[in-house]
Design a protein around this ligand. Structure first.
Ligand code: TNX
Length: 540
């Protein structure tokens, strides 16, 4: 058969499919219309193996011949409007690169079909079946279909991500994927406070998160260096407190309409926005904006450095709680999501007693506006409210006592989001030569970032307390989308996989091959990433 290499690609393919059809006992003469003479023969490209997906699906059963997209392929949707919107999102990805019309139609069979069905899919799971007759995505919810669409994208050649017509064949390997997440909370945090990022930049990041089935976007909306969300009842927060950033740039802030745009864009990607107002520390921008928030009534200057731990809201003043109430009230009204993050980290200028007092007063305010509290894990040193989640950002070598404080809270019912800084802080440099980033938690190469198990990470924390994994990206050294992407890729997909994939799939040697296959996709999407020597990228 070696000689067949000399056969033209098209003939080889036609012969191959004739053999397959004949083998299936369904051979009918003349069933396939002859291709028009003028069409350029697309080069043969092997279908992506079904097990090349990131995050690794729960179950992959390859088998059977592939499905081939053609000019005649339709995307068929049945169900509520949300299913149609997922179909439209899919055609929006496929049309530019394939150049095919891909009409979006109701019902029918063949082509690519998206449909809802009652079944054991969970809130976000899906099944993908691919065979020569078509590809069917089935889920219990539109979110499940959306995640299935991300898998489908990765099963097509990387060039599908380009925005101009690519002349090649588009095949999806045959078989079945059944998939659902390990954890409900799969997050990424973007610090828009140290450097401000526009709505368009945030939307770009949301699209990148969606590729890897991340479903929570935590926005760090305030810090010493800037207040980034307009609060109608306290306008100077954004107008004055937002008008600078690290290094003294002009900063910026979101109007409430901007913020709503981010929230609705995120929702269209099945991502929930988790807003954070960091308190009682990390509040210099607020203290600079309103002197009455300061214990001594004197507003400090705005701050553009990167040291932390010097600011605190005034725990003993009533106006502090009126302020928190107003901010939380407006933010809760703008946020359809379940959570409101109140920070609580590095409150080095707040006494422990004051910290506890503050958290005891602020958590009920959040609950009063119908939101669930999330706090950085220092919250476990106070009294986490019933149902609150603590976000762990320690290191492997954080003291056993501090880990035990968090584990004890977890045993008492506080849920945990894991963001170990020496694993998934995306702002840590990869190597000492990384041009941006920090090093306080160490150098974090790709393997180190991926190679840990959220279920077994924190000694003494019950597995059921782990709600998920979040990869924070702090922006002291990041100014552009290119900066964001260079730090997030390729580590973000690893954090996403830890959140999504069953522990049984965890394997660095397999992962690095799947990760390598993402490189050409990022190239096609215009994402500039760190070409870690730990990953066998194609073409060296
Ligand atoms: C620690 S993590 C911080 C942030 C910094 C970050 C830089 C956390 C809750 N606090 O204020 O931006 O390190 O890596």
């Amino acid at each position: 058969m070696r000689r067949n290499r000399r056969t033209t690609p098209r003939t080889a393919r036609v012969l191959g499919s004739l053999l397959l059809v004949a083998a299936a006992g369904a051979f009918t003469v003349g069933a396939a219309p002859a291709p028009p003479k003028t069409a350029p023969a697309p080069p043969r490209t092997a279908a992506v193996p079904l097990d090349r997906v990131v995050p690794a699906p729960a179950s992959v059963t390859p088998g059977g011949a592939p499905y081939r997209l053609t000019r005649a392929t339709a995307v068929r949707v049945d169900g509520p409007a949300a299913v149609r919107r997922v179909g439209a999102y899919l055609t929006g990805i496929l049309r530019p690169s394939t150049g095919y019309p891909l009409p979006l139609t109701d019902g029918g069979s063949g082509g690519i079909r998206l449909h809802l069905e009652k079944g054991d899919y969970g809130a976000e799971g899906y099944r993908l079946r691919s065979a020569p007759s078509g590809v069917t995505l089935t889920a219990g919810t539109p979110a499940g279909l959306f995640h299935g669409v991300q898998t489908l994208r990765q099963l097509l050649p990387a060039a599908v991500e380009k925005r101009t017509v690519q002349h090649q064949s588009w095949e999806i390997a045959g078989g079945t994927i059944e998939d659902r997440p390990r954890y409900a909370y799969r997050g990424a945090m973007l610090d828009v406070a140290r450097h401000f990022f526009t709505v368009a930049q945030v939307e770009r990041y949301i699209d990148q998160l969606a590729l890897y089935k991340v479903n929570e976007l935590h926005l760090h909306l305030s810090d010493d260096q800037g207040w980034r969300i307009a609060i109608t009842s306290w306008p100077r927060l954004a107008d004055y407190g937002g008008a600078t950033e690290v290094g003294g740039g002009e900063g910026g802030s979101y109007t409430q309409a901007d913020y709503r745009r981010i929230v609705s864009y995120a929702a269209s990607r099945y991502v929930e926005v988790v807003p954070e107002i960091d308190m009682p520390g990390h509040t210099n921008a607020a203290l600079a904006s309103y002197a009455r928030l300061d214990c001594d009534g004197v507003a400090p200057p705005r701050y553009t450095g990167t040291e932390v731990g010097f600011s605190s809201l005034c725990v003993s003043k009533d106006v502090t709680y009126a302020f928190v109430n107003d901010v939380v009230k407006e933010l809760a009204a703008l946020t359809p999501g379940r959570y409101l993050h109140i920070g609580g980290d590095e409150a080095h200028s707040t006494s422990h007693a004051d910290y506890v007092t503050f958290m005891d007063r602020v958590q009920p305010i959040v609950a009063g506006y119908g939101k669930t509290v999330i706090g950085w894990h220092q919250l476990t040193g106070a009294h986490p409210a019933e149902g609150a989640l603590a976000q762990y950002w320690g290191l492997d070598d954080t003291s056993a006592a501090e880990k035990e404080q968090v584990a004890r809270a977890a045993r008492a019912g506080t849920g945990l989001i894991l963001s170990p800084a020496d694993r998934v802080y995306l702002d840590m440099k990869y190597t000492k030569d990384t041009r941006i980033g920090l090093t306080w938690a160490g150098l974090v190469e790709v393997r180190r970032s991926y190679d840990w198990d959220p279920g077994a990470y924190l000694p003494g924390a019950p597995a059921a307390a782990i709600k998920g994994v979040e990869a924070p990206l702090w922006s002291e050294t990041l100014k552009t989308s290119a900066d964001i992407e260079y730090m997030a890729f390729p580590r973000l997909p690893g954090a996403a996989e830890l959140g999504w994939s069953p522990a049984a799939t965890h394997d660095w040697n397999g992962y690095k091959v799947r990760l390598a296959a993402q490189g050409p996709r990022w190239d096609a999407l215009g994402i500039g990433y760190y070409r870690s020597p730990q990953v066998p990228w194609p073409h060296g």
